[in-house]
Each structure stands twice: as structure tokens, then as C-alpha cells.
Design a binder for this molecule. Structure first.
Ligand code: ZN
Length: 382
């Protein structure tokens, strides 16, 4: 079965103008201004000028839930394949978080494989906030080598009162183990690092890299938009060769307390010298967010994968000059950071992970993952 999508404004993530995209066997076979084909097994879809983007690669999600920080009553729930599909996330990377006691990597693995069964091409990190890191097989390098969806370690917490206060040597060893497993299994073995609001910011990562043989990209700090000082430090970290990640989900109250909204943060980190291909945006979906009502803290709520789509929609309306950078930060850049070949691009040979958006309303209307439609005309497919 071949699918030919015609009359689409393609962002690959760079803008290519009006193109046709041919999908065959779960992959993009061709992207061209005109593709003339006929045949009984060809389905032609006229995109009618809609925008066609790669599916989002979400470098930090909690598909088996997160939270629990205010006690057992504050645990957040699992994220369904439908929630990811409706947000345009075709490739979420799952992580444990603060709680690796009542949640386990085995449960996370089950959620990731469940998402795959439902057509979302999910991956996962081994480890959690804590160091020494919990593992599936007893060893980080073995997890990466033997467990197919495990692509790195994360989210390991630093500069946070909830972290295990890891030393530079502990982080160096963690990255070395992950790198070894990655080398053996053809993965990057990246260590995704949760950076809290502590004053040490990225200090321990710099210390871990100094006098080591590890490349700068061994560590991939997230939540860099907590403050302007952290954002500036992250820009330098990216200029030195790492990838850095902005968190899209926030609340007006957190912004008032110093969080920088994703679109603003992206512009600021680029202005501060981060290379455009080294900055990513993730949702932290399933992570807990404080819930306020009339200015009163009422407990916790869960971050949503929709936050990524919202950043894109804000750029459509308020910052069209930033669109290309935003789309890259949601697609090609995280795919490169995590070594996910075939993800995050609209190009011949890439996986057919495709989003269609209505340019008038910026509504996400269609989602294809691996050549299979998950959303058609804003309706979920069976
Ligand atoms: Zn985090």
C-alpha cells in the first residue's frame, strides 16, 4: 500500500514549500514538487495546503506517571497512546522521575511496549533521579545493550533538594557505563539530566566532563528554562557541544516565580549563543505541576504532551519568524541528540511519522506514525 500526500506545505523541519510526499512500507519514499503515480494500491490524499511536519520527538515524558512528591495522593496517572497522538508526539521517550520506589523500570518498560503496540514508537531511559541508578538487568551498560527500547539514562537529578546529590565522579561513571552500552548496541547512551533550581546549576556536569574522555554531548540537561542564569549557562554548554532541553509545560504561577515560557526561552538561549541545532523542547508529560485555584495552591496536576503542540501554535500566531527553529527543536534536534535515525525529518528514507496542521486554525488534524494513521480529520483511528 502506497500513500501519496499532495499539496502539502512541508517543514522538513526547514521549509520546502508545496510538496508531495510518498509513503511506502512505513517510510517516506520520496518528497518532490510533483510525484505522478497511479495504481490500485495507491491512496492519494490532497492536503489542500495544510502544513506537513515530522512527528514530535519528545525527549522527556513520564508515560507510567510521575509525581507523588506531596505524598501518595499526588501520584499522576499513565499517559495513553491517544493523548500522545492528539498532541502530535509520535516518538516519546519515557523516564521514571523522583519516585523509583513505588514505580519501577519494569512498569515503565510495560508502558513503552504498550504504546508501541498501539502505534506510538516509544523509547525509554534506564535509571531515575537517584544515583546509583536503578536498572532492569542490574547494570546500566547491560540495560542499553540487551533491552531494545532503552536508549540512555535519565532523568538523573542534579542541583535539586530531591536529587541524590551525585558527585562528578558518580556522574562520570554513569555516563561511561551508558556510553559503553550505547557503543555495543548502536545507541548514543545519552544521560538526560534533570536540573533543579539549586544554585550549583550545571556545575557538577562541567566538573564531570573536565579531565575525562567523555564528549560534552554525554550529558543532556533538561528544564534549562528555570531561570535566566541557567539558560545562559546552558547556552554555553550547548556551544561547547552538548544538547540542551527546554521544558514546555509550565503554569502562569511558575512563570511568575521565574520559569521562562518555552518560546521565549528558545529565543533567549539562541541569542545567548547556543547553536540552533543543539536546542530541544520536551513536554515533561506526566510530571507533576502545582495546581492553583484563585491563587491558592490546591495540589498537583499532571503535565500534558499537548504543551508541545501549544508551543508550535503560539509560534504560528505570535512568532512566525521562529517557526523553523521551533519545529527543529521539537523534531530533528531531539532525534539527533538521542541518535534516533529516521525520526524527526521529512525526507526520503525517514520513518513516515507525519503531522498535518490546518494553517488557518493551526489545529492538528492528522497524525501518521510509521506509515499508519493515528488521527485523521481530528478523529482518532481504530
Ligand atoms: Zn525533571
Amino acid at each position: 500500500m502506497l500513500t501519496l500526500i499532495t499539496n502539502a506545505q512541508v517543514y522538513a523541519p526547514s521549509p520546502l514549500g508545496l510538496q508531495s510526499v510518498l509513503v511506502s512500507g512505513g517510510r517516506i519514499a520520496r518528497v518532490d514538487e510533483t510525484i505522478e503515480l497511479a495504481g490500485a494500491d495507491l491512496k492519494v490524499i490532497d492536503a489542500e495546503g495544510r502544513w506537513l511536519l515530522p512527528g514530535f520527538v519528545d525527549a522527556l515524558t513520564h508515560p507510567c506517571g510521575g509525581g507523588g512528591e506531596g505524598g501518595f495522593g499526588n501520584r499522576t496517572g499513565e499517559i495513553s497512546a491517544a493523548e500522545f497522538a492528539r498532541a502530535g508526539v509520535t516518538c516519546p521517550i519515557g523516564a521514571l522521575g523522583t519516585d523509583s520506589i513505588t514505580r519501577s523500570l519494569e512498569v515503565l518498560y510495560g508502558c513503552v511496549m504498550g504504546l508501541r503496540e498501539q502505534g506510538i514508537w516509544a523509547f525509554m531511559y534506564t535509571g531515575a533521579y537517584r544515583v546509583p541508578a536503578p536498572t532492569l538487568t542490574g547494570d546500566i551498560a547491560r540495560d542499553l545493550t540487551l533491552v531494545s527500547p532503552v536508549i540512555g539514562v535519565g532523568e538523573v537529578a542534579i542541583a535539586d533538594h530531591r536529587s541524590a546529590q551525585p558527585t562528578a565522579q558518580e556522574l562520570r561513571r554513569l555516563a561511561a557505563d551508558s556510553r559503553l552500552g550505547g557503543i555495543l548496541s548502536g545507541k548514543t547512551g545519552t544521560v538526560l539530566v534533570h536540573v533543579g533550581d539549586g544554585p550549583s546549576r550545571l556545575g557538577v556536569l562541567r566538573e564531570a566532563l573536565a579531565d575525562s574522555d567523555l564528549p560534552a554531548a554525554s550529558f543532556y540537561p533538561t528544564h534549562i528554562n528555570r531561570s535566566d542564569a541557567l539558560l545562559r549557562e546552558a547556552a554555553q554548554f550547548a556551544a561547547d557541544g552538548a544538547w540542551v532541553d527546554i521544558t514546555a509545560s509550565t503554569t502562569p504561577e511558575l512563570v511568575a516565580a521565574g520559569d521562562i515560557p518555552a518560546l521565549d526561552a528558545l529565543q533567549r538561549v539562541l541569542d545567548a549563543g547556543a547553536p540552533a541545532d543543539r536546542v530541544t523542547i520536551s513536554s515533561d508529560a506526566g510530571g507533576s505541576l502545582p495546581l492553583f485555584e484563585n491563587g491558592e495552591l490546591r495540589g498537583l496536576t499532571a503535565a500534558s504532551p499537548q504543551s508541545l503542540l501549544e508551543v508550535l501554535q503560539q509560534a504560528f500566531v505570535a512568532a512566525p519568524e521562529q517557526l523553523e527553529a521551533v519545529i527543529a527543536a521539537l523534531t530533528a534536534n531531539p532525534a539527533a541528540a538521542l541518535g534516533l535515525a529516521g525520526k524527526g525529518r521529512v525526507a526520503a528514507g525517514a520513518d513516515a511519522d507525519i503531522l498535518l496542521l490546518d494553517p488557518a486554525s493551526s489545529e492538528l488534524t492528522d497524525v501518521m506514525c510509521g506509515g499508519r494513521w493515528l488521527l485523521r480529520g481530528t478523529e482518532l483511528c481504530d
